[in-house]
Unconditional design. Structure first.
Length: 159
C-alpha cells in the first residue's frame, strides 16, 4: 500500500515538473526573463513554489534562463528608448537582477551616456538649446524623468 502511495506521489510530482517546465519554456519563447521574474511569473500562475524553484534551477543549469542575457537585452532595449542609467538600474533591481550584474551591464563611459542624453533631448526638443529658464527647466525635467543624472543634464543643457 505504501509503495502505491509513493508511486502516485512520484507521478504527480513528475507531471507537475513537466507542466511547470512547459509553462516556463512558453514564457521564454516570447522574451528573456530574469530568474526572480520567472519564479514570480510561474508562482502567480498557481504553480507550486518548490516545483518552480527546481524548474528554474534546471533552466539556469541548461543555459535556457540567464540573468546576464536578460540584463543585456533589457539595457539594449531601454537605451534604444532613450532612457538613462538611473531608470534602467531601477528596473533591473525591480526585476531581481543582482547589483554586481547591474554594474557590469551598465558600465559605460560618461561620454556614452552624454551622447544618449543629447540624443533623447534633440529627438524631443530639437537641436537648439533652451533660450529661457522655463524651457531649460522643462528639458531638464524631461531628462531627469528619463533617468539621466543631474551632472549629465547640466552638461547637455549648459548652465
Amino acid at each position: 500500500m505504501a509503495a502505491d502511495a509513493e508511486a502516485t506521489i512520484a507521478t504527480v510530482l513528475a507531471k507537475s515538473l513537466a507542466e511547470t517546465h512547459e509553462a516556463a519554456i512558453r514564457l521564454l519563447s516570447r522574451r528573456e526573463y530574469s530568474g526572480a521574474e520567472m519564479r514570480r511569473k510561474l508562482v502567480s500562475k498557481g504553480l507550486q513554489a518548490a516545483v518552480v524553484d527546481r524548474v528554474v534551477d534546471q533552466l539556469v543549469s541548461d543555459a535556457l534562463l540567464s540573468d546576464g542575457r536578460f540584463a543585456d537585452a533589457l539595457v539594449h532595449s531601454r537605451i534604444g528608448r532613450g532612457q538613462g542609467p538611473i531608470k534602467i538600474r531601477a528596473e533591473l533591481r525591480e526585476r531581481g537582477v543582482s547589483e554586481e550584474l547591474i554594474e557590469d551591464t551598465l558600465t559605460q563611459t560618461a561620454e556614452f551616456w552624454l551622447e544618449r542624453a543629447e540624443q533623447a533631448r534633440c529627438k524631443r526638443f530639437g537641436a537648439d538649446l533652451p533660450e529661457d529658464r522655463g524651457q531649460w527647466t522643462k528639458e531638464a525635467r524631461f531628462l531627469a524623468q528619463r533617468g539621466f543624472p543631474a551632472d549629465l543634464i547640466y552638461r547637455v543643457l549648459g548652465n
